[in-house]
Design a protein. Structure first.
Length: 267
């Protein structure tokens, strides 16, 4: 099983992004993860199209752009034109929202411990249309689900995407602990993709470290986003190599069964 990595630039020094990219590229990551946050879908503001365009000018590593925005139908083309190689949108933008879950995580305040979730997809045509636009531009398309959204809601879309992203933290801020409930979602999505004969990237984002990397891969993830554990380290390339070794253990079946973990958060 091949496991790929997408170091998250959210944990980099934004004043020195080019330096951060060069530092982590020494370990040859398959992707660079770009977290786009609009201050509405998530309570934070980060990167816009000009920064994506600037990143594209300094790296040949494909850009994995994660749109945490309320209106992806309006913003998608901005990032395609800026040079995103893969664009992921949230299922929550095409669903019937329930009240945001006020789940407090161990290391976060209430704003950081909640995110929108959906119990039904009221506008599937809107979601499919976003994927079609990305593919028409010659790029890859991904679908993300927040912690409170059931993974089953993503199943009808799997054949239309190149990637499905399981959030293992509430999106918006780095440095949160891994939510063990993501492991069952990874198992379900991995099994569904295999049953359909799909060559799908199954990405997990949030709280990835040497322990949780092995657990996530054992549960079916084959693309890991890591921010604090890599770009928050003194030597990002060495940190990424350690994650690779941990993920290899998970791929070989050496990780513990995630069902033994508490269903809250893992540091």
């Amino acid at each position: 099983m091949r496991v790929e990595f997408s170091p998250s630039l959210l944990s980099a020094d934004f004043m020195r992004l080019a330096e951060a990219v060069r530092a982590v590229e020494a370990a040859r990551p398959e992707w660079l993860h770009v977290d786009v946050m609009d201050g509405h879908f998530v309570p934070n503001l980060t990167i816009g199209p000009p920064v994506v365009r600037a990143l594209k000018a300094v790296t040949d590593t494909p850009l994995d752009v994660h749109l945490m925005v309320s209106n992806p139908e309006e913003q998608l083309d901005w990032y395609l034109e800026a040079g995103a190689d893969l664009v992921t949108v949230h299922l929550e933008c095409g669903g019937s929202p329930e009240a945001p879950s006020r789940i407090r995580s161990r290391n976060c305040g209430s704003a950081r411990g909640s995110s929108a979730s959906v119990i039904a997809v009221s506008s599937p045509e809107k979601v499919f249309g976003l994927f079609e636009r990305a593919h028409a531009a010659g790029r890859l398309a991904g679908l993300a689900i927040n912690p409170g959204t059931p993974a089953e809601l993503a199943l009808p879309f799997l054949s239309a995407v190149d990637l499905v992203l399981v959030m293992s933290v509430h999106p918006g801020f780095g440095g949160q602990g891994f939510m063990a409930s993501a492991l069952e979602k990874l198992r379900l999505l991995s099994s569904a993709a295999a049953a359909q004969g799909l060559d799908l990237l199954i990405e997990v984002d949030g709280g990835i470290n040497e322990k949780t990397a092995a657990l996530a891969v054992a549960a079916g993830a084959n693309l890991l986003v890591a921010g604090t554990a890599v770009l928050g380290a003194a030597d990002p390339a060495a940190a990424l190599e350690r994650l690779r070794a941990a993920a290899g253990a998970g791929a070989a079946g050496g990780a513990a069964d995630g069902s033994q973990l508490a269903t809250s958060n893992l540091a």
